[in-house]
Write a protein that binds this ligand. Structure first.
Ligand code: ATR
Length: 276
């Protein structure tokens, strides 16, 4: 079989091996996919070892997405904008091409699995760290009417917006950074891309900004997302966790590697049952 893996630290709880092995079964692809723990200061060496062993491709998760972008010989426009990569393609001569499927996964989960249109939507993106940077480009390419970026540290939201302004204009999307106090409730889609729940922080979205029936998405899943999702329901929003994004970013990586689109909606249903 062709060898693939996911690098991370920690990596023990990663669902990616299960997801990719299931994709392979369902599409008849002969591949092996393992989790690999890389030392915090040793991503490049770990990747080199994997390539020397014949590795064909890799996913990359926390905290190595920036390292992955730096290690690559070529990278997609998505990686340039995000400053980070989650998917590596390794050619027969060992050249590394980096891509980032996180934003594609988010957009696919919202539009196909949740059935909410992003075209013409008014989106609030909360957070301006790596997770937000990884999805803003593909969100712009979904051609919403507007995207407002709001972050605890306003300067980071402004910098993220500035870096994406050319793409926004090209896509004819109104893109702006706004302070939390200045938000209204005009958003049809709200996306939480902060790490607030991991640090036990308060909900990072202001109360008044959720309008009834708005889709409020947390890029996290599992226990880390629970408090936020409960709060969303209390506010009258429609809550969705990031499990579908996890499966869809994997599906986009699988398609890049194998040229085959896996049945991601089925695998998402199966994974939800498995985690119940
Ligand atoms: P990641 O790669 O997961 O995005 P990051 O780059 O450290 O990690 O960014 C974390 C994001 O969560 C940032 O937007 C951060 O806000 P700051 O830029 O102000 O640090 C946000 N965040 C983390 N803890 C938060 C909290 N308790 N309340 C609000 N936002 C928080």
């Amino acid at each position: 079989p062709d060898n693939y893996c996911v690098f991370g630290n920690p990596i023990g709880h990663s669902r990616s091996p299960w997801i990719h092995q299931r994709f392979a079964q369902l599409t008849g692809q002969n591949l092996d996919y393992q989790a690999r723990l890389a030392p915090l200061d040793g991503f490049a060496d770990s990747l080199r070892d994997f390539i020397a062993q014949g590795g064909k491709g890799a996913n990359v998760t926390v905290p190595f997405k920036h390292d992955a972008a730096r290690c690559a010989h070529t990278c997609s426009q998505r990686v340039v904008l995000a400053g980070a990569a989650n998917t590596l393609l390794i050619s027969a001569d060992g050249q590394i091409h980096a891509d980032n499927t996180d934003g594609l996964g988010l957009v696919a989960d919202i539009t196909h699995n949740a059935g909410v249109a992003l075209a013409g939507a008014d989106i609030l993106l909360v957070g301006a760290g790596g997770a937000a940077a990884g999805v803003l480009g593909p969100l712009l390419q979904a051609q919403p009417r507007s995207i407002t970026v709001c972050n605890r540290t306003a300067a980071k939201a402004q910098a993220l917006v500035a870096r994406h302004q050319a793409l926004a204009q090209q896509q004819n999307v109104q893109l702006l950074a706004q302070e939390q106090q200045a938000l209204d409730r005009d958003f049809s889609v709200i996306i939480n891309a902060t790490a607030a729940s991991l640090s036990g922080g308060a909900v990072p979205v202001p109360e008044g900004s959720v309008r009834p029936g708005a889709l409020v998405y947390d890029m996290m899943y599992g226990p880390a997302a629970e408090g936020f999702l409960d709060w969303v329901w209390q506010q009258g929003g429609i809550a969705r966790d990031g499990l579908g994004m996890l499966v869809e970013q994997a599906a986009a990586a699988f398609a890049l590697w194998r040229g085959v689109q896996p049945p991601s909606a089925q695998v998402l249903d199966e994974l939800r049952d498995l985690l119940l």
